[in-house]
Design a protein around this ligand. Structure first.
Ligand SMILES: O=P(O)(O)OC[C@H]1O[C@H](O)[C@H](O)[C@@H](O)[C@@H]1O
Length: 552
């Protein structure tokens, strides 16, 4: 394989992008960007780069370019906080989307323990609350301060600490709040007497890895975050340049592939493949950045996070295969077992900044606003309406063992899946959306590679409601080519959300119904499979998916 590898490596500050020059049309796209002075303008935070409609939002969303300097000012406070809370060695992060994805990849990559709670699944919330409560510190992270999942988790932890016998003051000490200045969460945090750390308000959630949202939980979990900032800062001078600018090479290639620039076949599905060289879990972070930033106005790049370089769906006719990893030793070939179109290797801090810059560049090429998420609210509004007024009763179309089938004429799970996936066509994708416990029901994730093999099409997997803050934007705002498999599950142990008129289970059910409604309103096909017994239902789904792979 190695002797057939072509392509150049473009590098700066230890961040190397290989292969960008071989993506059809990328050189022309890059030349156009350079001729318009885009690299320097973006490095100088010019908000006009995405057109007049995007300018007001861009004006308050470009802080990620130079937030590193402001983040450094936080470091003494964070070091002090870590010492002050040294007796609390179980760090829980309650936060959704951009408020939890970066700290999760930081801690996984640097092998520091961090429990991420980004769900409303009652079983998962219960399990978290029962885990080492006496030595737990909870970081409650929300930029807006108004995210219902995070607010519910905060309420549940507050009550759990109080019921465990901690005084109000002791409970307040066990909660650290990260939010934007002036949010309702900032007020709550101050009133309850918790430490409140204010984040950079000029950075949007999915671009906030190197702000307080990434740094506070990571520091408490024991990460030396200064190293991340150093690695990102080293890349900064390259961002204004027209050459030796790997982030520009990446962005131009992503945009060119999605457009099919120069008459090349469109590659608008982006397989994100970790190459096994020391960066762990970055796919989920990049997935949110790219899907929410580009998936709108019927356009966008669909990130497809695959398990390994050899996993089903890592390659395909309309797929741009991108491997991601740590710095490679001299002479090593990128890819880790797959031949990628692009390989991005380098330290984590530089990866964050490079992908943010590349996404902003791709947004310019695709002529969309990479800083808004106009369709996320559709599902949220539906959820609120359902919570307030109740969902219309729905009877299953059929029951097969431990699985109820909705939205199909089929009588069995195998038939329903076969019929549903038969409609994917040559450009379609299947999104599996599992409103389950991502640890207790982890087996659900095995469906992704199985159905990718069975269909030969890109298949994504997301935990609900986590994905609503990530790929959920693309599902509704991106091209009309998705088919949506929703998996919901009965719960045996629901849990009240303190001082709210609903339980976690009811909230999760309303979130699933709200998103179904938003997809249906756009005529996007939805098949819902409800597991009346989660373990038995998952075994059944797995058997059905295996059967389809044998028939494919
Ligand atoms: O940090 P928060 O305000 O709680 O927001 C968490 C997430 O919520 C929304 O769904 C946005 O679409 C995401 O971009 C954001 O990261």
């Amino acid at each position: 394989m190695t002797e057939t590898l072509e392509g150049r490596t473009e590098a700066a500050a230890g961040l190397a992008v290989w292969g960008a020059d071989t993506v059809p049309g990328a050189a022309d796209v890059r030349a156009t960007l350079a001729a318009s002075g885009v690299p320097a303008a973006l490095a100088a935070k010019d908000p006009s780069l995405w057109g007049p409609d995007a300018e007001p939002e861009a004006r308050i969303r470009l802080g990620w370019i130079d937030t590193i300097a402001r983040s450094r000012e936080l470091l003494p406070q964070l070091a002090e906080l870590r010492t002050e809370l040294a007796d609390l060695d179980h760090v829980v992060l309650a936060g959704m989307g951009g408020s939890s994805l970066a700290p999760e990849v930081i801690c996984r990559t640097l092998d520091r323990p961090l429990t991420v709670l980004d769900t409303t699944d009652p079983q998962q919330v219960r399990a978290a609350l029962a885990d080492r409560l006496a030595t737990t510190v909870v970081v409650v992270s929300s930029k807006s301060g108004g995210t219902v999942e995070t607010d519910s988790q905060r309420r549940a932890y507050w009550q759990a600490f109080r019921e465990a016998g901690f005084t109000e003051a002791e409970t307040a000490r066990r909660m650290v709040i990260v939010t934007d200045p002036g949010s309702s969460l900032a007020t709550t945090g101050e009133q309850q007497g918790s430490v409140v750390i204010l984040a950079d308000p000029d950075v949007g959630g999915r671009y906030s890895a190197l702000t307080a949202f990434g740094l506070v939980p990571a520091t408490l979990a024991g990460v030396d975050v200064a190293e991340l900032l150093d690695a990102a800062e080293a890349l900064l001078p390259s961002l204004a340049r027209e050459s030796d600018n790997p982030a520009l090479a990446l962005g131009a290639a992503l945009g060119a592939a999605a457009l099919g620039a120069g008459g090349a076949p469109v590659r608008d599905k982006l397989a994100l493949v970790e190459d096994g060289t020391g960066i762990v879990g970055i796919g989920d972070w990049a997935e949110q950045l790219i899907a929410e930033s580009t998936g709108k106005q019927g356009r966008g790049l669909l990130p497809v996070v695959v398990e390994a370089p050899t996993a089903a769906g890592a390659t395909g006719d309309d797929v741009l295969t991108v491997t991601i990893g740590g710095s490679l030793p001299a002479g090593a070939w990128p890819g880790g077992g797959v031949r990628p179109h692009l390989a991005v290797n380098g330290p984590l801090g530089a990866q964050f900044l490079a992908w943010e810059y590349a996404t902003a560049i791709a947004g310019r090429v695709l002529e969309i606003n990479p800083f808004d998420q106009p369709n996320v609210t559709e599902s949220k509004d539906n959820t609120n309406a359902i919570l307030a007024g109740g969902a219309p009763p729905e009877a299953p179309a059929a029951v097969d063992g431990a699985v109820e089938l909705y939205g199909t004429d089929a009588g069995t799970v195998v038939e329903a899946l076969a019929e549903f996936t038969a409609g994917l066509g040559d450009t379609g994708y299947l999104a599996i959306m599992a409103y389950l416990d991502r640890f207790g029901d982890a087996a659900a994730a095995q469906l992704r590679p199985l159905l990718a093999t069975a269909t030969g099409r890109p298949v994504t997997f997301g935990w609900g409601p986590r994905f609503l803050h990530s790929t959920g934007q693309y599902h509704k705002g991106g091209p009309q080519v998705g088919s949506f498999l929703q998996i919901t599950g009965a719960t045996t142990a629901d849990l009240a959300v303190p001082a709210q008129p609903y339980t976690f289970g009811e909230l999760q059910t309303a979130q699933a119904a709200g998103d179904r409604r938003a997809l249906a309103e756009r005529d996007r096909p939805v098949l819902r499979l409800h597991l009346t017994d989660r373990a038995a239902g998952l075994r059944q789904l797995r058997r059905a998916a295996e059967q389809l792979t044998q028939e494919s």
